[in-house]
Design a protein around this ligand. Structure first.
Ligand code: APR
Length: 229
């Protein structure tokens, strides 16, 4: 029984049809980050921001978990697994994972920009939606924007420190603090593995790496981990 912390990024959901961010057809090709993924962008044009997340919520609802999500859920048959995801879709949960830590928030969450109240987001969020607690028309997606603190970092550091193995799946290693987890794991003497379509920005920091589509390399790795347990 190994204690494994798995960090995932947009690449694990790519084969479910969910767009990644920094590929040639990525989300950041169509939208400027500062317009749709910052508090300033939301203050400037809340309509545009809600429309961006309504589109992503609809895409996530229409998508299905893939073999990589389902393989990660199987890994818990023999190991203690903590899934930390940068993704805001719910494909890990729908693929069978439990206790997933969404460090960048979730599309299914809504947050009041005025009083901080949280509730389950409607499929389509409107600027005029009143907060169920304070009534202010200040609804925003419960998503961590650039310049904001990621969620549940204390739990993540705690799980990292106690891990035997840190595995990074489907992330380009461009955004901190997630991009720094591999260096922290190495510093703590924890084994590290990258499973990604291609070498990420932090590839050279990993003890080992396997490159290819997640739906192929993740189930293969999980099968090895279950056989070795
Ligand atoms: N299988 C495995 N990996 C894949 C696949 C696939 N089918 N398709 C793409 N990838 C890899 C890419 O090679 C890339 O390294 O997934 C990674 C996606 O990188 P990004 O688009 O940068 O997404 P991510 O790393 O999750 O971005 C991190 O940045 O924009 C912010 O908040 C946003 O959570 C996001 C964060």
């Amino acid at each position: 029984m190994a204690r494994i912390v798995v960090l995932t990024g947009a690449g694990i959901s790519a084969e479910s049809g969910i767009r990644t961010f920094r590929a040639a057809d990525g989300l950041w090709e169509d939208h400027r980050i500062e317009d749709v993924a910052t508090p300033e962008g939301f203050a400037r044009d809340p309509e545009l921001v809600l429309r961006f997340y309504n589109e992503r919520r609809a895409a996530a609802a229409a998508a299905e978990p893939n073999a990589a999500h389902r393989a990660l859920a199987r890994l818990t048959q023999a190991h203690q697994v903590t899934v930390v995801t940068q993704n805001v879709d719910d494909l890990h949960e729908r693929g069978g994972s439990r206790g997933v830590i969404h460090m960048h928030g979730t599309l299914n969450g809504a947050l009041c920009a005025r009083c901080g109240h949280r509730w389950t987001a409607p499929r389509v969020m409107q600027v005029t939606d009143p907060c169920p607690a304070c009534g202010a028309p200040a609804s925003r997606p419960d998503i961590v924007w650039f310049g904001e603190m990621p969620y549940r970092m204390a739990e993540i550091w705690q799980a990292l420190r106690a891990a035997d193995l840190f595995v990074s799946i489907g992330t380009s290693g461009n955004v901190y603090p997630a991009a720094g987890f591999v260096a922290d794991a190495r510093h703590a003497g924890i084994a590290t593995l990258e499973l990604n379509l291609e070498p990420s920005a932090g590839s050279r920091l990993f003890d080992a790496a396997r490159h290819g589509p997640a739906t192929q390399i993740v189930p293969a790795w999980v099968a090895e981990m279950l056989a070795a347990a």
